[in-house]
Design a binder for this molecule. Structure first.
Ligand SMILES: [Cu+2]
Length: 505
């Protein structure tokens, strides 16, 4: 059984073994002598009783991903042993743009057998990493990226990382071919377009020929894979893709991870939605949790037992166990009864068998988002640049756009360093879109035109026909992707570029 938590005790033990405890933070910061090796490779998981060959990102301790101590630099050699090209994005981190792991012409994917060095000052909190090459993210080229800070270690909580995935025995090319009604070869070519540099041919704003006949600005057309009525009776689309299983730390509820905890234990649960096209309600059962960070950034605590988590988002939840026993932490897929999860268990506790389906979960929404307030908000100031970006698309034809433009035929939004930027995201489709900005953090400042002092984060959900306004400071010059984190929305067009003046295309 893999041990996917990292307690303060583990950390102190490792520090003691290294003989560096008394002056640890300064020493770690100064030295970082050897880069950590991160291997992009392949693994075989057992899913539903069948072997499944997937990708993996395995760190120096043999576990998925990277964990860094307080003050430690992100000094990593990414070694590609995946048997194919790859490129890994450090989701939510703020590196220089050439280390962001996005396939710009200046930073192409890494060939099989080659490696690439990364070295930047990370920001603390719960992050993750995933391939930004092709559709590899669907095949689990994903892993946690946890950056500790001193205050967290002093709080003496057991760290439990819970990463969620959606899994299919089909290849991602087959999934995309099914969605777009094309051949696997055509789907592969389409996915490849996500790596073409943006540029509008002939200055035309029209969708390219494959989109002919589709009105770019019409609200969502055709029915998504599953639809349901929202409370106001509006139809909405959920779950483009039918999956064979949902994974929690690479396992299903047929054989869930059992995390040993102490009686009365104090936990920091680091939840990561690493799924490609699925959103979850996390259910703590009888436990009560306090959300203290969203996408790695502190918020004023919000207490509850059920929390929505959109694709690519993270939640840090503090839990104090009330007694001995076994405590399932379940994640239920929106609009379905399907679930996955792990079990926290004190020594000797009876582990219950948990079915992989239960009663249907409602659509994931912004009910939690509306309750969140940043503990470290952006300093108030008027916007220097304010823009509206519409989100459009539908299932037939399966194509998704921003401002009616389909990547790579997009017009970059030009930024100047030092600007305060406000973006109004206006969803004109009947699917929710988890929108992610690379290289920056933003604050959510309005939901459906209602102003809030919301969370600081890197991924925000825009509900069907809904609106979200975000603000950020343009403080990291470069070329940055801004896209929907539903993998199949991104590769069929729902991506654009924010580019700083003075950065060559
Ligand atoms: Cu989307």
């Amino acid at each position: 059984m893999s041990k996917l938590y990292y307690s303060r005790r583990d950390f102190l033990r490792a520090a003691l073994a290294a003989g560096v405890l008394p002056i640890l933070p300064r020493l770690v910061r100064a030295a970082s002598p050897v880069p950590k090796r991160l291997i992009a490779g392949t693994r075989v998981l057992e899913v539903n009783g069948r072997p499944a060959k997937v990708f993996g990102l395995i760190g120096p301790d043999g576990r998925p991903g990277i964990r860094l101590g307080p003050g430690e630099r992100f000094r990593v050699d990414l070694v590609n042993q995946a048997g194919t090209r790859t490129l890994v994005h450090w989701h939510g981190q703020l590196p220089p743009w050439t280390q962001d792991g996005f396939p710009w012409p200046q930073t192409p994917p890494i060939d099989n057998g080659a490696d690439r060095a990364y070295d930047y000052a990370p920001i603390p909190g719960t992050y993750w990493m995933h391939s930004h090459h092709g559709l590899q993210e669907q095949s689990l080229m994903t892993a946690p990226l946890i950056v500790h800070d001193g205050a967290e270690l002093r709080e003496d909580r057991q760290e439990v990382v819970l990463m969620l995935h959606d899994f299919t025995f089909r290849t991602p090319d087959e999934v995309l071919a099914g969605l777009t009604g094309t051949s696997v070869a055509a789907a592969r070519a389409l996915a490849q377009r996500a790596e073409e540099a943006p540029g509008r041919k002939g200055g035309s704003n029209a969708p390219e020929p494959r989109m002919a006949g589709m009105a770019a600005d019409a609200p969502g057309m055709g029915m998504p894979g599953m639809s349901m009525s929202a409370p106001d009776g509006m139809r909405m689309g959920l779950n483009d893709v039918h999956y064979d299983a949902f994974l929690a730390n690479d396992r299903t509820l047929a054989d869930p991870e059992i995390v040993r905890v102490e009686r009365g234990g104090r936990i920091r649960l680091r939840l990561i939605n690493g799924a490609s096209a699925s959103q979850f309600w996390v259910d703590l059962g009888e436990l009560v949790g306090r959300v203290v960070a969203t996408d790695g950034h502190p918020v004023h605590p919000v207490t509850d037992s059920r929390f929505p988590i959109a694709i690519a988002q993270r939640l840090d939840i503090l839990i104090d166990l009330p007694r001995t026993g076994a405590f399932p932490i379940l994640a239920r897929v929106e609009g379905t009864g399907r679930q996955t999860g792990i079990v926290l268990a004190t020594a000797g506790a009876q582990i219950p068998r948990i079915a992989d389906s239960a009663q249907d979960a409602p659509p994931v929404d912004n009910s939690l988002e509306a309750r969140l307030t940043a503990a470290e908000p952006l300093p108030p100031r008027p916007a220097d640049l304010a823009r509206t970006i519409t989100l459009n698309g539908g299932m037939k034809p399966y194509a998704w756009s921003m401002n009616g433009e389909y990547w790579p035929q997009v017009t970059p939004l030009m930024l100047r360093k030092g600007q305060r930027v406000e973006i109004d995201l206006v969803n004109q489709s009947i699917m929710a879109h988890p929108m992610h900005l690379h290289g920056h953090v933003f604050q959510v400042i309005a939901i459906d035109a209602r102003p809030i002092q919301g969370a600081v984060r890197d991924t925000v959900l825009v509900m069907p026909m809904g609106r979200v306004r975000i603000a950020f400071d343009a403080d990291n010059p470069g070329r940055w992707a801004f896209h929907c984190h539903v993998l199949y929305h991104m590769v069929t067009g729902m991506m654009t570029e924010f580019r700083y003046e003075g950065i060559a295309a």
